[in-house]
Design a protein around this ligand. Structure first.
Ligand SMILES: O=C(O)CCC(=O)C(=O)O
Ligand SMILES: [Fe+2]
Length: 232
């Protein structure tokens, strides 16, 4: 079970001591003042329809092959059922759309210090995810030991989280982790499965493995970061 708390019940100090770099936490109530909060697919289309975004297939051999497409075209694909499971994971900062970051606030629990380790802030730290039922992301760790927060604006997402400790146990047995294995009862006590709902933000500590399945049409924002103490 992933812990879940309303932001009014968790001080920055308590978060830092109990969760930061330790274990995942779902925080409720943080997106109420976001301009994005009331967005629907239609609002995305109205405001960003002409933008070039990145999409890729959620399954099959082309899974990691990015395509550039207009947001309005992709939204049409979703509205028509999106049977090929195209998924938008768009590093919007790197494509010159910095104004998007004005439509939400980085929660105070996560200090944003991403201009070190040889990266510029506009590389791949800020993401928009738009998908339909059945789209998602296979098991991975985020790049270069970054922490992650992921905030849901609409739609429900199923997350599987595996602590880096448990992953090593599995690797020692020489078994590749596939989606089938993830579902296997034998491993269930190694996996924390949780449903993320609109209005919730999930904190994933660095090195935690995670995979995501979208259970309906969904729109979310995600950022990667290091804590100041981790930057040399
Ligand atoms: O929502 C997804 O499909 C993946 C999200 C993710 O892996 C992340 O934000 O780090
Ligand atoms: Fe991730």
């Amino acid at each position: 079970m992933v812990d879940r708390k309303h932001y009014s019940d968790i001080s920055i100090d308590y978060f830092s001591k109990s969760y930061a770099d330790k274990k995942p936490l779902i925080i409720e109530g943080l997106i109420d003042n976001w301009e994005f909060k009331t967005y629907k697919l239609e609002t995305l289309d109205e405001n960003f329809g002409e933008k070039d975004i990145i999409i890729r297939k959620s399954e099959g051999k082309d899974i990691n092959k990015p395509y550039q497409i207009k947001m309005s075209k992709y939204i049409q694909m979703i509205e028509k059922g999106n049977k090929d499971k195209w998924y938008c994971d768009w590093p919007y900062y790197s494509m010159g759309n910095k104004e998007i970051s004005l439509l939400y606030n980085v929660p105070a629990y996560f200090s944003e210090k991403t201009i070190n380790h040889g990266y510029k802030i506009d590389d791949k730290f800020k993401w928009i995810f738009i998908g339909s039922k059945g789209t998602g992301t296979h098991l991975h760790q985020d790049f270069k030991q970054t922490h992650n927060w992921h905030g849901i604006i609409f739609g429900c997402k199923e997350w599987l989280l595996i602590s880096p400790d448990h992953y090593n146990e599995i690797k020692k047995e020489g078994i590749e982790i596939s989606d089938e294995l993830l579902a296997d009862a034998y491993y269930k006590n190694l996996i924390q499965k949780t449903l993320l709902q609109p209005g919730e933000i999930l904190y994933t500590p660095r090195n935690w493995w995670h995979s995501v399945k979208n259970l309906e049409n969904t729109f979310s924002i995600s950022e990667n970061f290091w804590y100041e103490s981790e930057i040399s």
